[in-house]
Ligand binder design. Structure first.
Ligand SMILES: N[C@@H](CCC[C@H](N)C(=O)O)C(=O)O
Length: 298
């Protein structure tokens, strides 16, 4: 199997070309590939399929010709991936499958993206939906804090911290405890204000663990901060720093736009026999990926 390794602000992915939709990508295969010691290593897999060749995306063809079938490192599926979609577009561009602009089908709907000449890609991320709950999030060593819950369309809980020292001290080796948990789980962002319209965050991702960046999480943090400030969707850019780099978010009446880098690192040739054996072992010994029945297909 041939893959391409890429990352967006160090949120890293394995791009799996499968234009005809012939690969039966199981959760165990994803776990084996993403394993950072025994596999290739990544936060997730981006399967590239022509939209008409996958039942999850056929309805988007021909408006969005390619489907980004996103899988978390634990094998679960998710609605969208803000960093992944930039890498996905860069991959399509490299293969001359699209030009500067691309409409990408995702489980969260169609996302339009524009690749710049500076290595950055801007993506229309849709509009956020605030949830009524104000969950309490707890991560050591801090006391429980009230968060803001929103979907974009992935579920996020955004928690404000007071200082960069507090952010640095966070233990995200375990998932923060969120009560009440969102119905399909959540990504949790801990955010500090660095300056006006400038945030810094760390994130614990559903289905992955702590990552160096999360594009939908970056958008969720900027939207939550803009709302708390009372400026809302005024179209003025927010700078958001993450451990893996920096992205820019603009929120206006048309929705949220995320801009950031997308890097293709190189090609990876995976031994098919190894993958079959590793995925078989993971199937037997591993825990099943959390079921999200509405999205799970394979
Ligand atoms: N890293 C992604 C989000 C990936 C999905 C997330 N873990 C979830 O399950 O919702 C991003 O850049 O947005």
């Amino acid at each position: 199997m041939r893959l391409v390794k890429g990352h967006g602000t160090q949120n890293d992915f394995l791009v799996l070309p499968d234009l005809d939709g012939e690969v039966e990508l199981t959760p165990a295969m994803v776990r084996a590939l993403c394993d950072r010691r025994a596999g290739v290593g990544a936060d997730g897999v981006l399967r590239v399929v022509r939209s008409e060749n996958d039942p999850d995306s056929a309805r988007y063809a021909p408006d969005a010709p390619f489907f980004m079938d996103y899988r978390n490192a634990d094998g679960s599926v998710a609605e969208m991936c803000g960093n992944g979609v930039r890498v996905f577009v860069r991959y399509l561009q490299r293969g001359s499958l699209v030009e500067q602009e691309a409409a990408v089908a995702t489980r969260g709907g169609i996302r339009c993206a524009r690749a710049g000449t500076d290595g950055h890609v801007a993506v229309q991320m849709g509009s956020p939906r605030f949830l009524a709950d104000r969950p309490i999030a707890t991560a050591a060593p801090h006391t429980p804090l009230v968060g803001t819950a929103l979907e974009i369309p992935n579920p996020h809980v955004v928690v404000a911290l007071d200082s960069l020292d507090e952010l640095a001290a966070l233990d995200l080796t375990r998932a923060p405890v969120v009560e009440p948990a969102l119905p399909h789980g959540q990504n949790v962002e801990f955010v500090v204000r660095v300056a006006s319209r400038h945030l810094r965050l760390r994130v614990h991702e559903r289905g992955v663990g702590e990552t160096r960046s999360c594009g939908t999480g970056i958008c969720a943090a900027a939207v939550a901060a803009a709302t708390a400030d009372g400026v809302g969707a005024d179209g003025v850019p927010w700078r958001v720093d993450v451990p893996g780099g920096t992205c820019t978010v603009r929120w206006d009446d048309a929705g949220v736009e995320l801009t950031g880098p997308a890097v293709l690192v190189g090609d990876v040739e995976v031994d098919d026999a190894w993958l079959a054996a590793a995925a078989g072992a993971a199937e037997i010994g591993g825990t099943a990926a959390p079921a999200r029945a509405t999205m799970e297909r394979r």
